[in-house]
Design a protein around this ligand. Structure first.
Ligand code: ZN
Length: 482
């Protein structure tokens, strides 16, 4: 019998990053912007693999791969090769995929590397074994679940788009850690400007998961970062239960069914041998000079770690706030934009990390998917500062802010603070009349917090719009009179 406490989970990821910022595909001139286009319209003879066509390598794709390699401290290779990975699948028009290989004389474009990120338990380092370039297959679409669908349709629009596959060492120890790793990787990619990973299917994962001393299971084609943690959690639970029940974990490939939220065994028995890797004869070896690599290194933009340090120094916000904000490039950009208009950075970061993030989580969207506007947020923060609205009222604005409503319309909808004493006084005397016992307690002075209850009642009656300071002063005066 195995004690649950003794089981150590081991996770390694193969992350496929689609270079969405490239204008064209990896080996032809077709647009790589296939999203939203009618099926099978962004294709040509090359990416449909018609006989007699030849691939031509996209130089920008190579530059982007080098950029990512340098950002991850990976070693860019002086000479690299493309290989054919042979397999038959309807979404692969050529019956092979042009990719890179690290065996049989193959050298991927970048070898090694690492990524650091912080967790609750401290700093973590995940190593990369390699980064390689490859073409994306087309897409099969099912009617509902892969199991129950009566048919599969194929769309080659995506076929031939550029992927960088980043392969990690099995360094992760929990599904949460895998998510944190992916989040950091995503922020780095977005800071490099090589991909917009908020796009559907732009970051996909294969995950290897096992318990120490047991066989390894591969979960194929998890379609988004959000799903990775879910799939890993499910698989961890499945394996743990099996081990505890004395069952055997078989080495296999499993599919993550997003709809049913379970992993299922795929009866493919492909091993590396089945893929019959061999060098792609239609592409020459790619030589990358040292000077060329240095030129690209000089063009590296500010990356999340450097940006975090700058945020702490330039804006005076705590390290923790800065870490959370730079974990999304869009959030960090938005923060800086707002600070240009509203000059209280800590206030901006409080609202971003508090009420706004909470709402984004509820909606399960990223900040760039909303209509939140820096001018409007800054406008709201100015109104709080000058006392026109209270923080309490401002909380009601959040939903409208994300829907792109203007300051004027929100101010009209939720009103400003009630500062008029003539308006507040009758409400205060009402509250005093309704709570004689509490008023007596305030007069006795045993508990100085008792008055807060009475102020709270005024807030309730005014739906949070009474000015708290004025209310307190009036309340104290009225109780004295009583
Ligand atoms: Zn094409």
């Amino acid at each position: 019998m195995v004690n649950q406490g003794e089981l150590e989970v081991i996770i390694g990821l193969e992350v496929h990053i689609q270079l969405t910022k490239l204008r064209t595909k990896l080996f032809c001139g077709c647009t790589s912007n296939y999203r939203g286009k009618p099926p099978n319209t962004t294709t040509c003879e090359v990416c449909l693999a018609l006989p007699g066509t030849l691939p031509v390598l996209n130089k920008s794709a190579v530059d982007y791969a080098i950029l990512l390699g340098l950002a991850l401290d990976s070693k860019v290779q002086g000479e690299t090769f493309f290989f054919r990975k042979n397999y038959f699948y309807p979404d692969m028009a050529k019956n092979f995929q042009i990719t890179q290989y690290d065996k049989a004389g193959g050298v991927p474009i970048c070898v090694g590397g690492e990524l650091l990120f912080s967790t609750k338990t401290g700093e973590r380092k995940i190593r990369f074994s390699r980064l390689h370039l490859e073409e994306d297959p087309g897409r099969l679409s099912y009617d509902g679940s892969i199991v129950s669908s009566p048919h599969a349709l194929v769309d080659y629009n995506r076929h031939g788009c550029t992927l960088i596959e980043a392969v990690t060492e099995p360094d992760m120890r929990s599904p949460e850690e895998a998510r944190a790793f992916l989040k950091k990787l995503r922020s780095i990619v977005e800071h490099l400007g090589i991909a917009d990973l908020s796009l559907d299917g732009s970051m996909r994962c294969d995950a290897n998961i096992s318990f120490k001393g047991y066989q390894r299971v591969e979960i194929k084609n998890i379609s988004s970062v959000k799903e990775v943690e879910r799939a890993l959690k499910f698989e961890m639970m499945r394996q743990k239960q099996k081990i505890k029940a004395g069952g055997k974990i078989v080495m296999e490939t499993r599919h993550w069914d997003e709809t049913r939220r379970v992993t299922m065994s795929l009866r493919t028995k492909e091993t590396e041998k089945d893929y019959r890797y061999f060098p792609e004869p239609d592409l020459v070896p790619l030589k990358i000079g040292k000077e060329y690599i240095e030129e690209i290194r000089d063009s590296l933009p500010e990356l999340p770690d450097a940006r975090r340090t700058r945020f702490v120094e330039e804006y005076g916000i705590p390290e923790y706030d800065a870490t959370v904000i730079v974990s999304s490039k869009a959030m960090a950009d938005f923060f800086e934009e707002t600070c240009k208009i509203h000059h209280d950075p800590k206030n901006v970061s409080n609202w971003l990390m508090g009420d706004i993030s909470r709402r984004l989580n509820e909606l399960n969207v990223d900040i760039e998917e909303t209509k939140l506007d820096a001018n409007v947020l800054a406008g709201m923060l100015d109104l709080i500062k000058e006392g026109t609205i209270s923080g309490k009222i401002a909380k009601k604005w959040i939903k409208g802010l994300l829907n792109g409503e203007s300051v004027t319309s929100l101010l009209k909808k939720f009103g400003s603070k009630i500062t008029d004493e003539a308006e507040l006084l009758p409400i205060i005397t009402d509250v005093i009349a309704q709570h004689p016992d509490t008023v007596q307690e305030v007069i006795d002075g045993d508990n100085p917090r008792t008055i807060e209850f009475l102020i709270g009642q005024v807030m309730r009656k005014t739906k949070g719009q009474a000015d708290p300071e004025i209310t307190r002063t009036l309340m104290e005066e009225e109780i004295k009179k009583a």
